[in-house]
Design a protein around this ligand. Structure first.
Ligand SMILES: NC(=O)c1ccc[n+]([C@@H]2O[C@H](COP(=O)([O-])OP(=O)(O)OC[C@H]3O[C@@H](n4cnc5c(N)ncnc54)[C@H](O)[C@@H]3O)[C@@H](O)[C@H]2O)c1
Ligand SMILES: N[C@H](C(=O)O)[C@H](O)COP(=O)(O)O
Length: 335
């Protein structure tokens, strides 16, 4: 586990999540190393205890103290906290690449603070992909509904790029690569051999026959037909108008499962097309997984939440889910 930005809620949600998992008896099966700063964890623990929060004693943790001399004020990030969060991640990647750990659960970092610290990466996913020299990676979110048990699975075709660059970034090759990653993951990690996958259109109402945008008629529909031929065992639905694509997901999440209009997985074309529904439905349950790496990587779906750091009010459910999913994957996959 990496702490993320030490001025954010990463240290808090880690200690809370470990306490919650210990309470339900599911911590014994982990062999955990926390890559972070011992002083930050000790101080967070003291603060959380003073606030009456249930949290795990860092004295019982195996901590790799990779950025020891750091002074942190919760909620006040600076280039030093950015550099620390980058160092934690790099060290964890080295542990994973050398086979010493089977996976990494990352705490949240701030991309802005990384830039201020001189690290020109748009996110952790991109560092993981670059440093592991992975050719084909994907940003995938999975969360189980506490109401119905239905599982929401979403892959983003493009991730941390400006909205204006999305139409140029989307190509038949890129969509094929992402769809193939998704099909492989559904089979490998979820046992879904004949999944139903919905693919979003790009434009309002998927372009309305070219009146509201031309990507769908110019190449996306043809691409989709070729994928249907290539993957006859997969039910591919699209290009679904993005505004109604998630209606079935909402029904399945809240009340109606099995729901005929919900899919096993969703391929969203850009960051907020996929993550607005994911975070509206499943902010406390969703786990961000990086697909296509030579090791497991999961993360909570929330960010650094500097606005509430140090107050003891951060919820740890998404971090709990990230740890639990990493554990499940490490059992399923043979590394
Ligand atoms: N995996 C990651 O490292 C990751 C993920 C998302 C965002 N970020 C980064 O985090 C920074 C802040 O992003 P943001 O403000 O858009 O999103 P955010 O998730 O940090 O916060 C959004 C809102 O949700 C609240 N919130 C977030 N997590 C919470 C929790 N566990 N419990 C209770 N409330 C919580 C926050 O207080 C805030 O009001 C940005 O720099 C962004 O890039 C990092
Ligand atoms: N796009 C993700 C989200 O909004 O939750 C997050 O920023 C990803 O961050 P990583 O690079 O840590 O995967």
């Amino acid at each position: 586990m990496t702490l993320g930005d030490p001025a954010g809620i990463g240290p808090e949600v880690i200690l809370k999540a470990l306490a919650a998992l210990e309470q339900i008896g599911s911590l014994d099966c982990f062999e955990l190393v926390v890559v972070g700063s011992q002083s930050v964890l000790d101080k967070t623990y003291e603060q959380l205890i003073a606030l009456g929060c249930a949290c795990f004693d860092p004295g019982q943790l195996n901590i790799l103290d990779s950025f020891p001399a750091i002074h942190v004020t919760p909620g006040q990030p600076n280039p030093e906290t950015g550099a620390a969060s980058f160092a934690y991640l790099e060290q964890a990647i080295q542990l994973a690449l050398s086979g010493k750990v089977s996976g990494i659960v990352t705490g949240p970092i701030s991309k802005t603070i990384w830039q201020q610290a001189g690290y020109d990466y748009p996110g952790q996913t991109e560092v993981l992909a670059t440093q592991s020299q992975s050719q084909s990676t994907g940003m995938f979110f999975v969360g189980r509904s506490p109401q119905t048990g239905w599982v929401l699975r979403t892959l983003l075709a493009t991730t941390h790029i400006p909205l204006a660059q999305v139409p140029q970034a989307l190509t038949p090759d890129l969509l094929t690569q992402k769809l193939e990653l998704l099909i492989q993951t559904l089979k490998q990690d979820f046992g879904l051999e004949t999944p139903r996958i919905a693919i979003a259109g790009l434009n309002p109402h998927s372009g309305e026959q070219g009146k509201l945008g031309r990507e769908e008629v110019e190449w996306m529909q043809t691409w989709l037909e070729s994928m249907k031929v290539k993957y006859p065992q997969v039910e591919l639905m699209g290009l679904v108008p993005p505004d109604t694509l998630w209606v079935g997901a909402g029904l399945a999440w809240w009340q109606d499962f099995p729901c005929p209009t919900a899919y096993d997985a969703y391929l969203a074309l850009y960051h907020d097309q996929g993550l607005i529904p994911v975070k509206m439905l499943a902010f406390d349950q969703a786990v961000n997984c990086t697909l296509g790496l030579p090791f497991i990587r999961t993360s909570p779906d929330h960010g650094t939440a500097f606005d509430i750091a140090g107050r003891g009010i951060a919820r740890s459910e998404s971090m709990e889910a990230a740890l639990a999913w990493a554990k499940t994957l490490s059992r399923k996959r043979a590394f």
